[in-house]
Design a protein around this ligand. Sequence first.
Ligand code: NAD
Length: 383
Amino acid sequence: MYPNCNTNPCNRRKFIYNLSCNAGLAALAINGIASIWGCGNSEHKREEKAGNEKGQNKLGIALVGLGGYSSGELAPSLKETEHCYLAGIVTGSPEKAEKWKKQYDIPDKNIYNYQNFDTIKDNADIDIVYVVLPNSMHAEYTIRAAKAGKHVICEKPMAITPEDCERMIAACKEAGKMLSIGYRLHFDPYHIEMMRLGQKKVYGPIKKIKADNGMDGTSGWRLDKKLAGGGPLMDLGVYNIQGARYTTGLEPIAVTAREGPKTNNALFKDIEETIFWEMEFPQGITAECMCSYSKGTNLLRAEAEKGWFELSPTYAYRGLKGKTSKGEMNFKGVNQQARQMDDFAMAVKDKRPTPVPGEMGLQDVKIIHAIYKAMETGERVDV
Ligand code: NAD
């Protein structure tokens, strides 16, 4: 399954979104002033604030795992959303719980740890659980959230094996809950333009894609294969794969791959440091890709019969730049995460499919596994 630029709700909703986003900010500002003037104890005020958000028909999101991405991007973005809000947190750290409770006005009853997480089923404030844990933990927490009767957003990569992805999809189906993957770039105007230019063949049929994604250095659980499931391919490679899939609108047929040289054997003893791979698509299209934990690089480029188009930087949260053989792309920057979470909340409310479902995450994990197999065997592997 690949996203279709015609059905991406962002196009249609861009104007409405901007208007309503401002309205949402205004409402938050008013609530903020009210809480400064208000009296009563702080726990009461927190519950009152949560009640206000619910009163505005916003869905409550609980973030599971309060690391870099939750604290740096998701929680701040949830102050800019119109259809959902930060209602709860799940953390193993009492210190973090205390800090977040004050910073985001979260009532005690909406704060969980990993042991009592399943009791979230009794909490009507929480509609959506957002899993932002190390990759190998995604499956367990998505399945537990579904069993607790919650809709789920799960970060990328969906899981570390296709089997885990399938279990996650089955658990959500069985619970009658929706599942989406944190593919924020589907909600960014520059990537929506790549989908349009490629899928509509604006520059004629695509011949070749080039997708590079690397950063200079990594640390922590990302170096531990048990938690990460792999190296930069698992972490960053989903973006290359996604970019090639949605720019062509096609699915890869087969892959070849080779591991790049290691500059630090001790650090990268379990995982690849750099990987190069090629994906073969129908109609003779090829995608040349690379990912690295030791070289900063950021490109998505399509070469077509009558021209080219590219983004660089492309996978970043902000500051994207785009060019085509005819000139520069020029879109206003957006809050990708706010759009992504609002779109899922709207999908839940409207009972319509999400454009970034679990099945899309599963396909990416299947492709990742084919690439690792090709790297290990040196052979061309069918997807
Ligand atoms: P992080 O290391 O900053 O945070 C991980 C969190 O998980 C921490 O709060 C940590 O305490 C908690 N945790 C619970 N059990 C743990 C364990 N056994 N080992 C290690 N940590 C444990 O990581 P992050 O950068 O926030 O990434 C979390 C997830 O979000 C990953 O799946 C990552 O791929 C994804 N992510 C996505 C984007 C994006 O742009 N969509 C960006 C960054 C991260």
